[in-house]
Write a protein that binds this ligand. Sequence first.
Ligand code: AMP
Length: 273
Amino acid sequence: MKIISNVNELKNYLKIQMKTIGFVPTMGALHDGHLSLIKQAKKECELIVVSIFVNPTQFLAGEDLEKYPSRDEADKKICKLAGVDVVFLPKKSDIYGSDEVSLKAPNIRGFVLEGATRPGHFDGVLTVVNKLFNIVNPNYAYFGKKDAQQLNLITLMVKQLFLDVKIVPIDTVRESDGLALSSRNIYMSKEQRVEALKISRSLYEASKMIQKKIYKTEKIKEVMSEILVPLKVGYIEILNRDFETIETIEIGNTIVLVEALIGNTRLLDNIWL
Ligand code: AMP
């Protein structure tokens, strides 16, 4: 496995490989969710590149950039065991200059849900993913459905900027008790972790209601918000796959999303129905 920090070194290495490249962008502190992306990439591609870069431009002032978990040595081992070919581990100065060209997230889809409370977050996400795509030039790139809005906006960027990469969405990996894996879960105390289970429970309840043919989204959101008490809920939304609000569930075209704050830890989760 190669570990490369320098952009030109990576570009030159990949240019001569003549293999199908699968790319998994991450911010490190790897867990089984990331591994599931890597495993799918291994099934579909001949050469796997994982990037580990805590992208400063997607953090707003006062967010957890400084304390975001960093586990480079453990991450390298995980990648090696998973059969990754190249780990790209750039420094901030490898990716960003001083007076930067940047991408803007779309005015509507980029400023609802996560974008409403974190304005500018998706400008940073799209800018870095576009840069990483230009460096790695992958055939396939793997993203978790857990970050549904991110996945939606990246798919839109690929389409609107006519990029030559296929985006592959991957199902959310959970703990056995339902908690969605996240690098931020380590911020929570034992008690907070128990509280956090209300998030996945509210989503399972939504799914059960839909199985019972309760299709009115207002009713489902009402029941979910009862389950989520006393958490500080950022949003409960029920959208179609184009990220438009719906009043009635469309089976096969619905995403139920929750954002809630547990202590200072913001957790996202969703279920695709
Ligand atoms: P991050 O390192 O948090 O930026 O995540 C890197 C990629 O892993 C993103 O595409 C995430 O959506 C994905 N990811 C994070 N958590 C999970 C999970 N529990 N299951 C599946 N994919 C995930």
